[in-house]
Design a protein around this ligand. Structure first.
Ligand code: FES
Length: 207
């Protein structure tokens, strides 16, 4: 194998990730017919991207209080009251060193519903009845900061759009016609965590 071929394989392995890379290692470490054994492959380098340069929220980010007395503290499931209202949160790297609070587009709302009230799609992203959505209204981008206690709806105070947290964040009242972006959740060591990134378009974004 030429040096260029070895370089291209190494670049491809770095791109597709460790799982596939281990399969490629089995191929590339075999001796060339009639040639010297290929050099031992090195494991891919660790991701050294600073946390503040990652997209948030992302799988494994802890969720911390965005405001109030507990601002910056990691949210536990017991902090989220059954039947609302919603809690505002920001994602943070799992070590707690960086809170992604620079952009409203990263802000999350958490609300706990009766698990039996959740639709199938919503249940797939929820933990213990707790669901999470982008805090940015899909009408014109205000914070979805109010709560309709009777109807169990998330409410945007700017033009009174309402969203159903039990049904995928669907818009049910007011001028907003598009659902809120949804965030998959998980609980690890008693801490609320993102199970991935937002699913759906955030707020007023066109894509
Ligand atoms: S910005 Fe939310 S209803 Fe208009």
């Amino acid at each position: 194998m030429t040096r260029d071929e070895m370089d291209r394989r190494a670049a491809l392995k770095a791109f597709v990730g460790l799982g596939l890379a281990s399969g490629l290692a089995d191929c590339t470490s075999a001796p060339e017919p009639g040639g010297a054994p290929a050099p031992t492959e090195q494991p891919p380098a660790a991701d050294t991207t600073p946390p503040e340069e990652h997209e948030h929220p992302a799988d494994g980010d802890v969720l911390v209080f965005a405001f109030g007395d507990k601002e910056g503290q990691v949210i536990a499931p017991s902090d989220v009251p059954l039947g609302g209202p919603q809690i505002f949160a920001y994602p943070a790297d799992a070590g707690g060193g960086h809170v992604a609070s620079d952009s409203r587009l990263d802000q999350v709302i958490l609300v706990r519903m009766d698990p039996s009230s959740l639709t199938e799609e919503t249940t797939a992203r929820a933990v213990d009845g707790i669901v999470a959505y982008s805090a940015v209204c899909t009408h014109e981008g205000c914070d979805v900061s109010d709560w309709n206690e009777d109807g169990l709806r998330l409410v945007c105070p700017c033009h009174d759009s309402e969203f159903d947290p039990s049904d995928n964040g669907q818009a049910t009242e007011g001028p907003a016609t598009r659902r809120l972006a949804a965030l998959p959740l998980k609980i690890v060591d008693g801490r609320m965590m993102a199970g991935g990134g937002f699913q759906g378009r955030i707020g007023f974004r066109r894509r």
